[in-house]
Ligand binder design. Sequence first.
Ligand SMILES: [Zn+2]
Length: 96
Amino acid sequence: MLTPSWRDGECYAGVSYSMVDATAKSLEVDVSYILGAALAHEIGHLLLGARSHVPRGVMCPRLGRQQLKMASRGELLFTPEQAARIRAEVAQRTGR
Ligand SMILES: [Zn+2]
C-alpha cells in the first residue's frame, strides 16, 4: 500500500500474502481473517503512525491466536480513541 507522504507520517505499508497463508495454515485459521486483520493493522499504521501499537485490539504489536479468534467474531477493533484519530486524519486528508 502506498499513500502520498503526509507530514512526517507513514507512506508505505506491506503485507506478505505468503506469510499470511503460512500463518493461516499453522494456526488452522481461515486466511481471510488473517489477511483482513493484517491489512487493517497496516492501514492503521498509515493513518496513526509507526508508534501506534497498543496492548489490545487490531493495533497490538503481534496478531496471535487470540486476536485472530476475535477477528473471526468481528471483535478485533481499533480502540475508540484510535477510531476517532483515524476519522479526524481521513477528514483532514480529504478536506471533509
Ligand atoms: Zn504494527
